[in-house]
Every structure is written in structure tokens, then in C-alpha cells.
Ligand binder design. Structure first.
Ligand code: TYD
Length: 205
């Protein structure tokens, strides 16, 4: 039986450790027979990757930031995500609209009603089938980030910013409890993976 097309997104504050697990989910689904496309936001197309550079490195206000991430998302959806789902592929996307509600809405305190309007314009009723949210305290994420590379505009923010981003994710998760699965990302890598595998198994994926 062909594996149905699924749209899975990965979310969490910077330093939550999602990248290695995105690759592991791709391997697991491929070995179960799915055609998997891995992508990321902002980005995933030539245009959206250019917008990503601007968003990550140029100074701008929160509305400009929100418009740019949604513009990037629109292009990405049209060029990559929707066609892949239509071909029956499973799309794994590192961040999506929940990140806008968390970073621009929570972190930057931008108007959530405007973000909801943009969300409606850009992707209507299309939502991920599953969102894996790597949740951990902002202070622990900051410790993990300290060991990593040169920080971008977001990674330079203080702990209070990331606590607001975390709260932004929590609010989104409360609004979509079936779609968004919270993973305790403060645990070690194996324990984090077991939670993700459990979320996939419970859906028989
Ligand atoms: P990230 O996905 O963490 O990539 P990397 O692992 O290469 O650092 O970086 C993207 C940054 O963009 C991250 O700090 C969150 C931010 N972002 C927003 O502010 N709004 C959005 O809508 C998206 C998708 C990302």
C-alpha cells in the first residue's frame, strides 16, 4: 500500500537540538517506504533563501520581519511543499508558521491577530499533519547555543526573548493539541528520540 502524503514540521527555540532528529525522522520514514522531502523555513527555494538571509542578518521592525517570513513561506509552499504533497511525498519542514507566532508574536510581541490574518492569506486551511515541538527552558537552550557557531539576529537575543518565544509555542500548542506534540527536549538525545518515535508509533507512521 502506498504511504500517504504527510506534512510534518519541527519547532522549538534555538538550541533545542532539533536538527539531528529531523534527519532521524527522515531515515525512519524512508525505511518504512515513504518518499521524503526535507526542507526548512525561512527558505527552501532560491527566493526564500534570499529572504532568509535578510531576515537573519538585517535590522528591521517586527511587521517587516513577519511580512518577509510569510513571503518566503508563500513561495516555498507554491514551489516546493504543495507540489511534493500532491505527488504523494512526505514533507519534513524545519520550522513553519508556528515559528512566526512564537518568534514574531511571542518574542517580538507583534500583533497575533495580524499574524493570523497573514496565515490565512498565505496558507488558508493547509496545516501540518503533525508538528514536533522541542520544548526546553530558555536558559538551557542558551547554554547549548553557547557551544555552537556565530549567532544570527535571533540567537543574539536575551533569555527573556526566548522565554517569550517558548510561551508563544505553548499558546499555539494549546490551540492545536492534536497537531502539536510537545517533546521534552531538556533530556538527553536518546530520551528525546524515544518521545519522537512514540509520537510516530502512536499514529502508526
Ligand atoms: P534555524 O531554523 O534555527 O536555523 P539554524 O539551525 O540554521 O540556525 O534559524 C532560523 C531562525 O529564524 C530562528 O532563529 C527562528 C527564526 N524564524 C522566525 O523568526 N520566524 C519564522 O517564521 C521562522 C520560520 C523562523
Amino acid at each position: 500500500m502506498p504511504v500517504p502524503a504527510r506534512f510534518i514540521t519541527f519547532e522549538g527555540i534555538d538550541g533545542a537540538g532539533k536538527s539531528t532528529h529531523v534527519d532521524a525522522v527522515a531515515r525512519r520514514l524512508r525505511s518504512a517506504g515513504a518518499a521524503v522531502l526535507g526542507t526548512r523555513e525561512p527558505g527552501g527555494t532560491v527566493l526564500a533563501e534570499q529572504l532568509r538571509k535578510l531576515v537573519l542578518h538585517e535590522t528591521m521592525d517586527a511587521l517587516t520581519e513577519a511580512l518577509l517570513v510569510f513571503a518566503a513561506r508563500r513561495d516555498h509552499l507554491q514551489q516546493v511543499i504543495a507540489p511534493a504533497l500532491a505527488r504523494g511525498e512526505t514533507v519534513l519542514c524545519d520550522r513553519f508558521t508556528d515559528a512566526t507566532f512564537a518568534y514574531q508574536g511571542g518574542g517580538r510581541r507583534f500583533d497575533l491577530a495580524v499574524l493570523a490574518q497573514l496565515e490565512q492569506w498565505v496558507h488558508g486551511d493547509l496545516q501540518p499533519d503533525l508538528t514536533i515541538w522541542f520544548d526546553l527552558p530558555a536558559a538551557l537552550a542558551a547554554e547549548r547555543r553557547a557551544a555552537a557557531r556565530e549567532p544570527d539576529r535571533f540567537e543574539q537575543q536575551d533569555i527573556a526573548f526566548f522565554e517569550r518565544v517558548r510561551e508563544g509555542y505553548l499558546q499555539r500548542a494549546k490551540q492545536a493539541p492534536h497537531r502539536i506534540v510537545r517533546i521534552d527536549a531538556s533530556l538527553d538525545r536518546d530520551a528525546v528520540w524515544r518521545q519522537i518515535a512514540g509520537a510516530l508509533e502512536s499514529r502508526q507512521w
